[in-house]
Design a protein around this ligand. Structure first.
Ligand SMILES: [Zn+2]
Ligand SMILES: [Zn+2]
Length: 351
């Protein structure tokens, strides 16, 4: 079978790898249809890793956002059956460590994360014709297109970001960043009852997409810095905020416009040198700053939102490529103007 394999920085190949096999009675083999390229996949490709902590040390099948059909099931599988359309959760916890025993699966000490170079040997990802995963990584869906199902993982991150805010029914939420994650955060916040969601970015086109995804209002903070100043008056104008840029400057702005004692959910990851430089506004407002890392239990919310059409992520899909065009797909994903790029397998084509 064929897969998209990253050999090293900027060396991505569509090539033969050994067939995906069931190695554990709880595993299933999934025939892949659509898979999304994430920011982390782009870091693997451009830099050969993520920061200094995660480095690609051997060829790795990348990708952790995907949707496919169950092709084969292990002898003890009960949650899915052959022929089921499934969206995939990247995390496979060990079910044995302190955190797993306390149902804190996101923080499992031995978690295997699809398409991640964090462990050695690296964990095989989803950019392949077939993959083997644990049954708990599969969410059965019925009414969605595979190109929509491939948004399950980023939407899981978005729900994780919203979950960190606590109860937001009737609250006014600010979202910094109109990239795919910021837009999905806006959409997720609306489904759980936010009174209003305002998305802020310095790029106009993604902001227009945020409106299509359900944001009530947008602000281009480069063109309208005076609006940001206005929102910061009287110690803030929003009840809580989601930081989805990974840019420290945006985080500081968010701290200024969220009212005292509000929660800020930190979804964006700061690259070295991009951390917030001025924690003054944070220090004087009793704000709670909640880090968000991956997701686990939010998977149920994701499946419901996508399968019932509560959230339609198609405005975020910029382009799709077949697996053999993986380098073109990666180049398209790296273009700052694109939102989400997907790679399709086994003849699947989004209509
Ligand atoms: Zn992702
Ligand atoms: Zn564990």
């Amino acid at each position: 079978m064929k897969a998209v394999v990253l050999h090293k920085k900027e060396d991505l190949r569509w090539e033969d790898i050994p067939d995906a096999k069931i190695k554990d009675p709880h595993e299933v083999v999934v025939k892949m249809l659509a898979a999304g390229i994430c920011g982390s996949d782009q870091h693997y490709y451009k830099e050969g890793g993520i920061g200094t902590a995660i480095v690609v040390r051997e060829p790795i099948v990348i990708g952790h956002e995907g949707c496919g059909i169950v092709e084969e099931v292990g002898s003890e599988v009960t949650k899915v059956k052959k022929g089921d359309l499934v969206v995939l959760r990247p995390a496979r916890p060990c079910f044995d460590c302190y955190y797993c025993k306390h149902h804190m699966y996101t923080y499992c000490e031995h978690v295997q994360h699809l398409g991640s170079a964090a462990l050695f040997p690296h964990t095989t990802g989803l950019f392949a014709e077939y993959v083997s995963v644990h049954e708990v990584q599969c969410g059965v869906v019925h009414n969605l297109k595979p190109c929509v199902g491939a948004f399950a993982e980023p939407l899981g991150i978005a729900y994780s970001g919203v979950n960190a805010l606590g109860n937001i029914i009737g609250k006014d939420v600010a979202v910094m960043g109109a990239g795919p994650i910021g837009c999905l955060c806006a959409a997720a916040a609306k489904t759980v009852g936010a009174n209003s969601v305002t998305v802020i970015d310095i790029r106009q086109e993604p902001l227009e997409t945020a409106l299509k995804m359900g944001a009530d209002a947008i602000c281009n903070s480069k063109d309208h810095p005076e609006q940001m100043d206005k929102w910061a008056e009287h110690k803030g104008s929003f009840d809580c905020g989601i930081e989805a840029t990974g840019n420290g400057f945006a985080a500081v702005q968010l701290m200024k416009i969220v009212r005292p004692t509000g929660v800020i959910s930190q979804v964006g990851m700061y690259g070295l040198g991009h951390e917030p430089k001025d924690l003054g506004p944070f220090a004087v407002k009793g704000l709670k700053w909640h880090s968000v890392f991956r997701f686990y239990e939010e998977f149920g919310a994701v499946i419901g939102a996508l399968d019932r059409g509560l959230i339609d992520p198609t405005p975020l899909l910029s382009a799709s490529f077949t697996g053999d065009k993986c380098v073109e797909a990666m180049q398209a994903a790296l273009d700052p103007k694109t939102m989400k790029v997907e790679v399709d397998f086994n003849g699947y084509k989004p209509e």
